[in-house]
Write a protein that binds this ligand. Structure first.
Ligand SMILES: [Fe+2]
Length: 312
C-alpha cells in the first residue's frame, strides 16, 4: 500500500486575508478493500484512490467519444430548467470561460437519463460495496433510484453552486473520467466555522470561499481547508458529512457513485428523522425503526461474509 499526500495552495488573495490554508489529502494505489474500510471508511477520512476505475470503459471517455454515442440525447441541466442536446451542451462546454461559463450538466442520473453508458461504469468500484440502499429488504427505488450513479459534465469556469454536505448521509465515490477538477473540502469538525443557514444544515451562508469577509464570518479562519486537483482516472472518496464543492479549469467529465452501508447508515436514519419528523412524524418513526432493524441484519450479514461489518 503506497501513501502520498497532495494539496493545492489556497488562493493567494485568501492567504493575504488570513483565510484557511490548504491541508493535504492521502493518495493511494493498490489499496485492498479491507485496507480501505479500516483506514478510511470506518474512520470517515477522505482519500484519493488513484486506480479504482482502471477497469471501467469510461476511463477512455472524451467529449467527442460521448457525442458520437449520445450526441442526440436530451439532458436536463439543473439550474437552467431546460434540456440540451448532449452535442449542443458539448459545444457550449468547449466555449466555456470563467466570465461566461457554460451550463453545468450536473446530477445526470445514468440509470434514468443515460442508460447507454451504464456498461461503461460496471462492475461497481470494489470500494463502493456493499450498497445497502439496493438491498431487497428495502422498497425498490425508495427515496431515490437504487444504484445511484450520476454524471457531471462541465467546462472551464463552471462550478458547483455552493459548499455543501450531501443529502441522506451518502458516501460518494467521485471518479474523474476526463479533464481535471478542483475540489475544496472541509471536515465535519469544521461545521461550527461554516455558518449554516437556520433552515438548511447541509449548506453554508458563505458564497465565495476565497474571499470571505472575516468580519461577518470570523470563525471561518479556524476551518481547515483541503484543496486539490482530481486528475483523470482518480477517484475521491468523500465520506458522509464532509463539506465539499468543485470548480473546473477545463472541460470535465465526472461519475459519482453513492453508497450506504454500516459506515453511514445511522446518518441516513438521522437525516430521515430530521426531514420527516415535523410533517410526517408517524412515517418517520416507522421508517427509522425499520431501517435500524435492516441495518442490524445487514451488519451481521457483512460480518459473516466479510468479517468487516460494523455499525457506526
Ligand atoms: Fe455533493
Amino acid at each position: 500500500m503506497l501513501t502520498a499526500t497532495t494539496s493545492l495552495p489556497a488562493d493567494p488573495a485568501s492567504q493575504a486575508d488570513a483565510q484557511p490554508q490548504s491541508t493535504p489529502i492521502d493518495r493511494q494505489r493498490n489499496l485492498s478493500r479491507r485496507e480501505f474500510i479500516h483506514e478510511y471508511q470506518i474512520r470517515r477520512r477522505p482519500v484519493i484512490l488513484e486506480d479504482a476505475t482502471d477497469h471501467w470503459a469510461a476511463s477512455s471517455w472524451t467529449p467527442e467519444s460521448l457525442c458520437r454515442r449520445i450526441g442526440d440525447k436530451q439532458v436536463l441541466v439543473r439550474g437552467t430548467d431546460r434540456c440540451y442536446r448532449f452535442d449542443e451542451l458539448t459545444e457550449l462546454i468547449h466555449e466555456s470561460t470563467p466570465e461566461n461559463p457554460a451550463p453545468y450538466g450536473r446530477n445526470l442520473n445514468v440509470h434514468r437519463d443515460l442508460p447507454e453508458l451504464l456498461p461503461d461504469i460496471q462492475p461497481r468500484l470494489k470500494y463502493a460495496t456493499p450498497d445497502w440502499k439496493s438491498s431487497r429488504l428495502l422498497p425498490k427505488d425508495w427515496l431515490f433510484q437504487n444504484g445511484l450513479e450520476e454524471v457531471f459534465y462541465g467546462g472551464r469556469g463552471a462550478s458547483f453552486p455552493v459548499l455543501h454536505v450531501d443529502y441522506w448521509g451518502m458516501d460518494g465515490f467521485i471518479s474523474q473520467m476526463y479533464g481535471e477538477k478542483e475540489f475544496t473540502l472541509f471536515s465535519p469538525e469544521d461545521t461550527p466555522f461554516l455558518y449554516q443557514p437556520d433552515d438548511d444544515p447541509l449548506s453554508t451562508r458563505i458564497t465565495d470561499l476565497d474571499h470571505v469577509d472575516l468580519t461577518e464570518f470570523p470563525l471561518y479562519a479556524k476551518a481547515n481547508m483541503i484543496r486539490f486537483m482530481l486528475q483523470p482516472g482518480e477517484t475521491l472518496y468523500n465520506p458522509s458529512g464532509w463539506w465539499h464543492t468543485t470548480r473546473m479549469h477545463n472541460a470535465s467529465i465526472t461519475v459519482i457513485t453513492a453508497t450506504w452501508n454500516a459506515s453511514n447508515w445511522r446518518t441516513l436514519i438521522s437525516e430521515i428523522r430530521r426531514n420527516w419528523s415535523k410533517d410526517r412524524p408517524f412515517k418517520a418513526r416507522i421508517m427509522t425503526t425499520y431501517l435500524a432493524g435492516v441495518g442490524k441484519l445487514l451488519s451481521i450479514r457483512d460480518a459473516v461474509l466479510n468479517g468487516i461489518g460494523r455499525a457506526d
